[in-house]
Write a protein that binds this ligand. Structure first.
Ligand SMILES: [Zn+2]
Length: 829
């Protein structure tokens, strides 16, 4: 082993990693990794693709030169142990002997949490240059996959912002915008829908190629609590996580906390706040790997802070001043720096690799045992069936794609079959539970029953860390059946599911297509872009081939339309039907000019909204608070959308948001729409504009735009009403233009959501007179009974659409996209 010629970070950067007020930018980190790989026989670096904004996405593989020399062979060992279908004991014993623990460490997915990426250079340098028994043990026993940033775009944004204000009175703040173009802080909630390029690159090139036993993701949190958090997690664990992973998380987390305590590093807490429920944050928990998370107390990006002892505050059942079994050595306050964060993280990362190396047999054995349990489960369903006949075939194909990206085997039946007494036609898809990652499929396809962890109903709810429901069939509007008894079917494997092609039926003079599939809206936008007139039918359309629901789209078969439709039928799986009757009962659409309100703070919901609008071909402009205050809105847009934001933030800007210290920003960034902006929005409505408010922003519509509705949930305490991200049943009026294309019964994602008593307007979707919970957790269901979830409210010459959920929630809740799209079209009807 040679360490000759490996540059140190200080030689590369000109300063010590973690020096106050110094941050390495992404190109400098990439260059350092490449320099080390060029000279060290222990390090390989690969660029696997480009990020959302075109930056290189890299990872390093670190191990002994001997291991790196037979890396593909070792990978095959890992794959065989992970998927032990038909693996005998003798071969298994050989593989256990030969295999290495595979560890992935990823840094700074949340880009203001800068410590991880900065630390990465020092960890790489140690592994490339040290020669003690410690390092040898790690290099011989571990294949270490090292991702210096899961969000390189954000690293660049944060470094630019930090340097812009360095040395000014505004030094050390977070950018007042999202640090991932389409996801912001939610970029670590994408681990089952796989919509972001960075998620896909990580899953396809690292997770699925290696299925690491250990995945450690480096984060930071607020400054006034413990100095560092590591697992054990708190309850609840999602029930499909293998118990060996739960115990592995505990083993690893306690090893880390122990190492920090032995080094005298104070303020380390375990078993606090962070749970293990949603798969959105934990791909590895369904793919044979433990999830480790460290959360260090932040500084002001790279600017040190001083914390007085009295500023250390109890938070969610934890007092940072008290010694406890899960916090044996409290920190006493004082100076806290980026270098402190890096020192803690280096200890944690090093311990992670040591624990991986020392207990190599434990990790490999766990992989084999889990794999065997998965391919030969002792309980659970036999399969999930996705029937071939779907109301939204594009959504069904997307659901199957999620399974495939998640390394789940998907089959298609070549002949009709019967499962649990139900007959399914050929072309139906089958996902068998007995397979290596069957738990991933089951977690996403079944309904969640979130445990109420209170001792008695008099206590306040035990707050989950994230949403409690993730059932894909409900989120995507796909019909999925669970089959419990084993059945016979002739099955073929499907590698890359695609939407079955549709057809153009006949030759005009008009064509109509269904308002039900989401992709119908892609077709509308493409036709409008090409200058064709598209209308929506006010009633059901009776055609030779059957009936299309109200809101069916209609286009005249002018020159070029036929060819366009042919292409879209093939690509989007849509059927276009010829149609003779003159059009009397339809309204024409214009290409909508959409304005998306963008507050000066990182609002993930706004960024997801832009992503979905772009994917579906809607054109939009962002309107910032100063744009709204400047007025002239009717000249700029037809439809103004306020994404999920509190009323206080819309009106008062950053001053209305506890998450940021408004005074630390230039005045421009502090402000909301204010009274002046309200007047302009009211003027826009008077001029006939349409305002769509999503989720919490509906309070703004009611109180500041005088939408004729009451907010009956306002003021209810958590003990009376509580719903932390659940899928709830609503009844939709599909004869209303906002409800076009829906079935009577649908599910919405309810999180910090309002409900309405409509005073002056029309309810488009109502909660039923019964418990609406379909998946997740809801306390106080009686408060929702009969109340509206979606409503149209007249306002001046214009219209306000109240949508009491985030209809595009994290680009996951696709069944409610149409609420948004319909509302936009309604605004230009
Ligand atoms: Zn974080």
């Amino acid at each position: 082993m040679s360490s000759k010629g490996v540059p140190s970070p200080i030689e590369h950067l000109g300063y010590h990693v973690g020096t106050d007020r110094k941050l390495a930018d992404w190109p400098e980190i990439v260059e350092y990794f490449k320099k080390v790989a060029a000279v060290s026989p222990r390090v390989l670096v690969e660029e696997v693709g480009k990020t959302t904004e075109g930056n290189p996405f890299i990872y390093a593989t670190v191990s002994s030169p001997e291991n790196l020399g037979r890396l593909e062979e070792l990978r095959q060992v890992q794959m065989r142990l992970s998927k032990p279908v038909g693996l005998g004991d003798a071969e298994a014993a050989e593989l256990l002997e030969k295999g290495k623990t595979v560890v992935m460490i990823s840094c700074s997915i949340h880009s203001t949490e800068v410590g991880g990426s900065q630390m990465s250079m020092e960890l790489l340098h140690r592994l490339a240059t040290e020669d003690g028994p410690d390092v040898r043990e790690i290099l011989d026993n571990v294949i270490f996959l090292f991702v210096p940033s899961l969000n390189p775009d954000g690293n660049r944004m944060v470094v630019d912002w930090y340097n812009r204000y360095l040395g000014t009175e505004y030094e050390g703040t977070s950018p007042p915008y999202v640090y991932h173009k389409y996801a912001g802080h939610d970029n670590n909630r994408d681990w089952y829908m796989f919509t972001l390029k960075e998620t896909l690159l990580t899953v396809e090139h690292i997770h699925n190629r290696w299925h690491p036993q250990i995945v450690y993701d480096i984060h930071q949190m607020g400054s006034k609590g413990p100095r560092l958090y590591v697992p054990p997690f708190t309850d609840p664990y999602e029930p499909n996580v293998d118990p060996v992973l739960t115990s592995g998380v505990n083993l690893m987390g306690i090893s880390m906390a122990d190492a920090l305590a032995r080094e005298g590093k104070r303020g380390v807490a375990t078993n606090w706040v962070f749970d293990a429920w949603t798969p959105a944050r934990a791909y590895q928990h369904y793919h044979g790997g433990i999830r480790i998370l460290s959360e260090a107390a932040s500084v002001k990006i790279a600017t040190p802070i001083e914390i007085k002892p009295e500023e250390l505050k109890p938070d969610r059942g934890f007092n940072p001043k008290e010694a406890r079994w899960n916090h044996p050595l409290p920190w006493k306050g004082g100076r806290w720096t980026l270098r402190d964060i890096i020192d803690y993280e280096l200890t944690v990362a090093w311990t992670c690799l040591q624990t991986a190396a020392k207990f190599r047999n434990r990790w490999l054995r766990g992989t084999l045992d889990m794999g065997r349990r998965a391919v030969n489960p002792s309980g659970g369903p036999y399969a999930f069936v996705v029937p071939s006949k779907q109301r939204d075939p594009g959504a069904a194909a997307e659901l199957l794609r999620v399974m495939r990206v998640g390394d789940v085997d998907v089959h298609v039946a070549v002949k009709p079959f019967t499962a649990d007494g139900v007959e399914y036609p050929a072309g139906s898809h089958v996902i068998l539970y007995a397979q290596p990652y069957g738990c991933f499929a089951k977690a996403l396809l079944e309904k969640q029953v979130y445990p109420d962890l209170r001792d008695s109903p008099d206590q306040p709810p035990v707050v989950p860390y994230d949403v409690t429901a993730h059932t894909l069939s409900l989120q995507m509007g796909v019909d999925v059946a669970q089959a419990n008894a084993a059945f016979e079917a002739e099955l073929e494997t499907v590698d890359a599911p695609t939407v079955p092609p549709g057809k153009v039926h006949g030759g005009g003079p008009f064509y109509a297509w269904s308002p039900v599939p989401n992709y119908s809206f892609k077709a509308v936008n493409r036709l409008l872009d090409e200058g064709h007139a598209v209308s929506r039918s006010l009633d059901e359309l009776e055609l030779d081939e059957g009936i299309l629901k109200a809101g069916a789209f209609i286009v005249e078969a002018k020159k070029g339309v036929g060819k366009l439709l042919e292409g879209m039928a093939a690509e989007l799986g849509l059927d276009f039907y010829s149609f003779e009757r003159p059009l009397t009962d339809a309204f024409e659409l214009r290409k909508p000019r959409v304005g998306v309100y963008r507050a000066w703070l990182p609002n993930a919901d706004e960024s997801w909204l832009r992503m979905v609008l772009e994917e579906y071909g809607f054109q939009y402009v962002n309107l910032y608070p100063e744009d709204v205050r400047a007025g002239g809105l009717a000249e700029k847009v037809d439809v103004l959308v306020f994404p999920d934001l509190t009323r206080d933030i819309v009106v008062n800007g950053m001053k209305g948001y506890r998450g940021m210290d408004a005074k630390a920003y230039e005045l421009k960034y502090q402000r909301g729409v204010e009274e002046q902006g309200n007047k302009e929005v009211l003027r826009f409505l008077d001029a006939g504009g349409t305002v769509i408010t999503l989720n919490r922003a509906c309070e703004y519509a009611v109180k500041d735009l005088y939408a004729g509705a009451e907010l009956p949930l306002a003021g209810l305490g958590e003990k009376e009403f509580y719903c932390p991200g659940s899928l709830l049943r609503v009844l939709v009026d599909d004869s209303h233009p906002v409800g076009y294309g829906y079935s009577r019964e649908e599910a919405v994602m309810f999180q910090d959501s309002p409900a309405f008593n409509v005073k002056d307007g029309i309810a488009v979707a109502l909660y039923p007179e019964t418990d609406p919970t379909v998946s997740g957790w809801l306390l106080g269901e009686k408060h929702l009974r009969g109340r509206a979830a979606v409503a149209e409210i007249p306002a001046g010459n214009g219209t306000i659409i109240l949508i009491g959920c985030s209809p595009h929630f994290r680009n996951q809740n696709r069944a409610t996209f149409k609420l948004l799209f319909n509302s936009i079209y309604y605004g230009v009807a």
